[in-house]
Design a protein around this ligand. Structure first.
Ligand code: HEC
Length: 130
């Protein structure tokens, strides 16, 4: 009986710690920059009529854009391009997708967000795309 209570307590503590650390993840803008410039820009240069710079939008516009998750004039989801399945599909031709193949989707999304917010028109370091 006692052992069971201890186990339950340990489990609850472990779960609380795990969710706290998930919430505490802070985007790594450097990793976001590498991903943006290699993966996002590669496709924009080829299919969107040219690259799209983070500095084309303000921080507020990026926040709203990422929140809405509508990409390419609403045709698809932006998150899919950060997801593992997409990385896996291009990793043979794309170094960044290969390097970050196993990064959890939520982390890479936070990284990307940190980079575009920092690189926004009114961000700390307005950034181009390449
Ligand atoms: C497989 C190709 C592809 C990938 C990968 C891609 N994009 Fe795009 N993106 C497009 C196309 C095509 C458009 C232009 C749509 C239009 O103007 O008709 C676009 C447009 C955009 C726009 C302009 C607004 C809009 O949605 O129309 C932003 C911002 C953008 N992409 C951000 C990103 C980011 C950030 C990533 C990386 C996480 C990314 N894209 C990855 C193809 C891609």
């Amino acid at each position: 009986m006692k052992t069971r209570r201890i186990l339950v307590t340990l489990l609850a503590t472990g779960l609380a710690a795990a969710s706290a650390s998930a919430l505490a993840y802070e985007g790594d803008w450097k990793r976001g920059r590498v991903y943006y410039r290699s993966v996002c820009t590669a496709c924009h240069a080829a299919q969107a009529g040219g690259s799209i710079a983070p500095s084309e939008m303000t921080k507020a516009q990026w926040q709203a854009y990422l929140q809405a998750d509508k990409h390419a004039k609403g045709k698809d989801s932006l998150k899919q391009y950060v997801g593992k399945p997409y990385r896996a599909s291009i990793r043979a031709q794309n170094k960044a997708a290969d390097k970050f193949a196993d990064v959890p989707d939520e982390e890479l999304f936070e990284d990307l967000k940190a980079f575009v917010i920092k690189g926004a028109k009114d961000g700390d370091a307005p950034a181009s795309c390449s």
